[in-house]
Write a protein that binds this ligand. Structure first.
Ligand code: ZN
Length: 226
């Protein structure tokens, strides 16, 4: 009861229900007798600039709702998290990727690289990216830097296991070292993503055993991680 009263008061202050602009509301004695009005809806907030920019890319996404980081793992979290189900060029992410909005703005560049490398190596375009992880409050899995907070804990990385077209099925764990069009596609893709400069780091099965079955694609360091 007390909570709803606070909300009504806050709503009135935000939309200026009546009274003076300095927040003091003048209520006549007659009005004071009237039954309470239903709570005023909170006025819509202006969307964040990053979300506007991401929507302009054509990506399909929704805001992410995160639970608080566990006390034992401080530093996790995203300032503006989004769940992207389809990228700017129509690539489907399955399951959808939960990443920071700033990192999501690199998807146009990543997907353009995927398109180019597929056009060179495959008979058809990639339509589906099977992902193996995105946001996760955890430390680095690689044995090279144990204990350090992973970029996944900031929503600044995605793990990609398989890329598919209508009949193409390029699996990192199965095809990365194979002398097939899928193998060449995957090796060329890792190299091209490194060269393109839109990512801070691209780890593949050559890096270590923890990455034998996926590409780890990591964005440049985020200016603000909370
Ligand atoms: Zn990863």
């Amino acid at each position: 009861m007390r909570g709803s009263q606070v909300l009504v008061t806050a709503g009135c202050l935000l939309v200026h229900c009546g009274g003076s602009m300095d927040g003091r509301v003048a209520v006549s004695s007659a009005e004071a007798q009237e039954p309470a009005l239903p709570p005023t809806p909170t006025p819509p907030r202006a969307p964040e600039p990053c979300l506007v920019a991401l929507a302009a890319t054509g990506a399909q996404f929704e805001p992410a709702r995160l639970t608080a980081a566990p006390a034992a793992m401080p530093g996790c979290g995203m300032r503006e998290g989004v769940i992207v189900s389809r990228g700017p060029t129509g690539l489907e992410y399955r399951p959808p990727i939960e990443i920071s909005c700033v990192f999501a703005l690199t998807l146009p560049a990543i997907e353009e690289t995927v398109r180019q490398v597929a056009a060179t190596n495959l008979a058809e375009p990639i339509r589906l990216v099977r992902t193996m992880g995105s946001y996760g409050c955890r430390t680095i899995r690689s044995t090279r830097s144990p204990g350090r907070l992973s970029q996944h804990a900031l929503g600044n990385a995605i793990d990609v296991g398989i890329l598919e077209g209508a009949s193409v099925h390029a699996s990192v764990v199965r095809d990365f070292r194979a002398d097939t069009s899928e193998g060449r596609f995957l090796r060329d893709l890792a190299a091209a993503l490194r060269q393109a400069g839109s990512l801070e780091r691209v780890l593949d099965p050559e890096y270590d055993a923890a990455h034998r079955n996926h590409f780890h694609l990591e964005g440049h360091p985020l200016a603000e991680a909370n």
